[in-house]
Design a protein around this ligand. Sequence first.
Ligand SMILES: Cc1cc2nc3c(=O)[nH]c(=O)nc-3n(C[C@H](O)[C@H](O)[C@H](O)COP(=O)(O)OP(=O)(O)OC[C@H]3O[C@@H](n4cnc5c(N)ncnc54)[C@H](O)[C@@H]3O)c2cc1C
Length: 471
Amino acid sequence: MEEPARGPRKKTVVAVVGGGLVGSLNACFFAKRGFDVEVFEIREDIRQAKIVRGRSINLALSHRGRQALKHVGMEEKVVSQGIPMNARMIHSISGKQSPIPYGKKGQYILSVDRANLNKELLTAAEAYPNTKLNFDHKLQDWSAETGQMTFVRLDGSKEHIKADLIVGCDGAFSAVRKQFLRRSRFNYSQTYIPHGYMELTMLPINGEFAMKPNYLHIWPRNTFMMIALPNLDKTFTCTLFMPFDDFEKITTEDEVIKFFQEYFPDTIPLIGVDTLKRDYFRLPAQAMVSVKCSPHHINDKCVLMGDAAHAVVPFYGQGMNAGFEDCIVFDEIMNQFNEDLSAVLPEYSRVRVPDDHAIADLAMYNYIEMRAHVNSKWFLFRKQVDSILHFFMPKTIIPLYTMVTFTRTRYHKAVERWQWQNKVINHGLLISATGAAVGSAYLLIKNPPNINKLIIPAEKMWNRIVAFRTS
Ligand SMILES: Cc1cc2nc3c(=O)[nH]c(=O)nc-3n(C[C@H](O)[C@H](O)[C@H](O)COP(=O)(O)OP(=O)(O)OC[C@H]3O[C@@H](n4cnc5c(N)ncnc54)[C@H](O)[C@@H]3O)c2cc1C
């Protein structure tokens, strides 16, 4: 573990509320600077818990998240426990599988285990001598004026604790954010999408992965879809995303099997009929919410990061990555303003809000792209064109997915650039198509073909039609 920064020990006490993915990583960032860090987490210590409740079992980690982990010396360890996914594997209803690479050769995203990553980050935070982890501490209220927080324990007792800086990393339904909502000029919006998600496990077959492991498998079915990410124990976690109305229509075990036979027939022998019947009814489908707010701070007292500031729907695989990047961006601004919190916090909101809003919008866009566009020939053609142009002009044309997933290009800049590229490429394609049509017409006029050779005798034509209809 890295040593905290040397020099006189600072008196500043930082309270990180939420010991989830972003909170535990953030604790490392603040501890590394030498602040006194206290993490407050509502749950018990997941490293000791028998059952870890929470959201998705595994997550896709990409460049932004990795950069943040690298900053606190955790990248190598986390990457060694992940499974590289080099491409999407699209499954058609007929069972045909077609890979669509994520980027250039050698570029991949990583499937990582959420609970394991959280445990590793808590252990890394705890290794700093200036960090204390407090479990079973539910933030109930806090004061933006004094920095005093009230925590409730499982036994009903209350604790009042003061901090110089409160960092709200307590997720999409943040208790820290509630204080922001009471203030004037705080913008807030929350949108539930009509889809829910349900996780199903695909066990190994004869001790091996049931499908090719180095892919993110997708079954796009226009209004709904299923995806599957590999786990180190050779299982796959399949996540079915579907409108709640459709989930509710399936009420019996036979209906589950009928539904899978119709839309995901290739998965039935892999998941198993009995497992499907059992797992489908194990837990109800979970909701997905998108949250946007601004600013992300109150004075020099409090800042929101991770899902507390920007919960996004999971279709770009960027929620955690964006939350991890929040930690680096804040850290960079701390350097820029010499840790003067009264300057750092407003600057953080100014810099980060447009990017967090952009990734929320992009995630919504990918919600449609993943389940519907990947079925379209035009979409696949455009992806090919983008890749070819990127190959020949790597600095001029960069596919959106590459900018978002494999670089730290600011999210809102990536969107602007993507819109500009789309205009240029679409114009280029239109001009090329028009040029080709005009050129062909010119050649036909200049060298008219022998019409007699083109005319197919009626009898031959009739035979072809009959052959086609009976084939
Ligand atoms: C189905 C699904 C798939 C996803 N896949 C991906 C993916 O592939 N890649 C990706 O980058 N992102 C993905 N995400 C998004 C990712 O899960 C989140 O962005 C990430 O968990 C955010 O981390 P966080 O620490 O901000 O919030 P959380 O993980 O929600 O952690 C918040 C923590 O705060 C604690 N807490 C809450 N209230 C209080 C309180 N009052 N007092 C004290 N503690 C409190 C909670 O117990 C929790 O530990 C996915 C999300 C879903 C739902």
